[in-house]
Design a protein. Structure first.
Ligand code: ZN
Length: 302
């Protein structure tokens, strides 16, 4: 009897340890992160930017019911050039759904490493392993797994461009702003933003603007994290206020939470490289989102 119990326990633990076909695969997610970084900095009007756009768009076309490129331009204050940008968007179950969620992240990277101590380095573009590639890597992998969510849940995968052009706030969040002003006919009911979630030492406390502008959603997500034993990664405590893509989403009627770990020393420096990030962190965020989306009625937030 004892032996049977142990054998069964072993069998079960083996089953949960090996990724099943539909469980978020952190190694696959990590491969998306390094692939983006291998292109080089993804700054608008550069070849790596276009390569990365194409990479994301090809994957979106494969995994979603419909895929679109949403182009827009911006005349950059730094050199007067017109920068070409694209949001890459994929929809799953969107037309048939009764509830619609937008999952968003920025895929562009900062053209200037303005947090570098050495002034000569401040004009160089950042590698953006965490700030750009990490959220994108999670959503690209998650997209493979969400076709199996109930048909009543529609998901919009929104890879926004121009989040980090800068240098000032008036030249940031450009893609999210463009999307929020040009929403699909069937509007999203809420949004979840990922930004800088690849830090090897990952902790994502509650971001105050998310809490104040989308309170029920924010609390719902953090309660869910606790219910599945992930309160260490998503502790129910406040961090400092962050200005990010979620602000324009909230302003335009889409309650949106920002998942961000802002305690990241290489932020906006040339040291924002893959070795500061980890596959485990991507895995935690991916598995959390997968669990949220697979709840029976995760989307009843109102
Ligand atoms: Zn940034």
């Amino acid at each position: 009897m004892a032996f049977t119990t142990i054998a069964l326990a072993l069998a079960l633990s083996f089953q949960t340890a090996a990724p099943t076909d539909n469980s978020f695969d952190q190694k696959a997610s990590w491969a998306w992160l390094t692939k983006q970084c291998d292109f080089g900095p993804r700054v608008p009007n550069t070849a790596p930017h276009v390569k990365c756009r194409d990479l994301i768009f090809e994957e979106v076309k494969k995994r979603c019911d419909t895929a679109e490129l949403q182009p827009f331009t911006h005349k950059w204050s730094q050199d007067g050039s017109t920068r070409k940008m694209w949001n890459v968007i994929g929809y799953q179950n969107w037309d048939t759904a009764t509830t619609r969620v937008v999952l968003l992240t920025h895929w562009d990277t900062r053209p200037s490493a303005d947090q570098e101590s050495d002034e000569a380095n401040r004009k160089k573009p950042i590698p953006g392993a965490n700030d750009g590639a990490s959220g994108t890597a999670v959503l690209l992998e998650l997209m493979r797994h969400t076709k199996s969510v109930p048909k009543s849940l529609g998901i919009c995968y929104l890879f926004v461009d121009g989040e980090d052009l800068g240098p000032g706030l008036d030249e940031m969040f450009l893609g999210a702003d463009y999307f929020a002003k040009h929403q699909p006919a069937k509007k999203p009911q809420y949004g979840i933003l990922l930004d800088m979630i690849g830090d090897a030492d990952l902790e994502i406390p509650i971001e105050p603007n998310s809490y104040h502008k989308a309170e029920k959603l924010t609390l719902g997500l953090y309660r869910h994290a606790k219910s599945i034993g992930m309160e260490k990664t998503f502790p129910m405590k406040l961090q400092g206020e962050i200005l990010d893509d979620h602000l324009t989403m909230n302003e335009h009627g889409i309650p949106t939470v920002d998942f961000i770990d802002f305690s990241y020393d290489p932020w906006h420096t040339l040291s924002d490289t893959p070795d500061k990030c980890s596959a485990q962190s991507l895995g935690k965020v991916g598995k959390f989102l997968q669990s949220w989306l697979n709840q029976e009625e995760p989307w009843k937030i109102k």
